[in-house]
Ligand binder design. Structure first.
Ligand SMILES: CC(C)(COP(=O)(O)OP(=O)(O)OC[C@H]1O[C@@H](n2cnc3c(N)ncnc32)[C@H](O)[C@@H]1OP(=O)(O)O)[C@@H](O)C(=O)NCCC(=O)NCCS
Length: 106
């Protein structure tokens, strides 16, 4: 997680990203690790909103964002890119509600 370098849409944002070695894909690691990072950001760092920029052709990345409870907000076009990315967002309240729903389901 880091401050978004190019102030997407003119506002300061905190960006979540994930990248795993190929042999480790498909075992839930990205979702588990990103969930812990989000919880740390909201609970301990006082963040209110976190975004992820995702290539809409990247099915695994979209799926991870959705499993984290992130939701599509809008398209963003990055300097040097030929196609728009999708901006997924979550905020503290939404993250708390998602965690509550998850624990109610278990
Ligand atoms: C994206 C990435 C981090 C996911 O890591 P991971 O540890 O495999 O993720 P998880 O196992 O937590 O979850 C992956 C989910 O995507 C699903 N998935 C995998 N490939 C998919 C595809 N092509 N289309 C749709 N869903 C897909 C998996 O089935 C799983 O969902 P499920 O739990 O409902 O079955 C990993 O693929 C990666 O490092 N990719 C290269 C870097 C990258 O693209 N990073 C994101 C940049 S925006």
């Amino acid at each position: 997680m880091r401050p978004l370098p190019d102030r997407c849409g003119g506002r300061a944002e905190t960006e979540l990203g994930y990248r795993w070695a190929r042999h480790a894909w498909g075992q839930g690691y990205a979702t588990e690790a990103a969930r812990a990072v989000l919880e740390h950001g909201f609970r301990n760092l006082g963040l209110r909103r976190v975004v992820a920029r995702i290539d809409p052709a990247n099915g695994a990345s979209l799926r991870v964002a959705r499993k984290l409870g992130m939701r599509f907000e809008r398209e963003v076009r990055l300097a040097g890119y030929t196609h728009p990315d999708h901006l997924y967002v979550t905020d503290r309240l939404h993250s708390d509600l998602t965690a509550a729903a998850r624990s109610a389901a278990t």
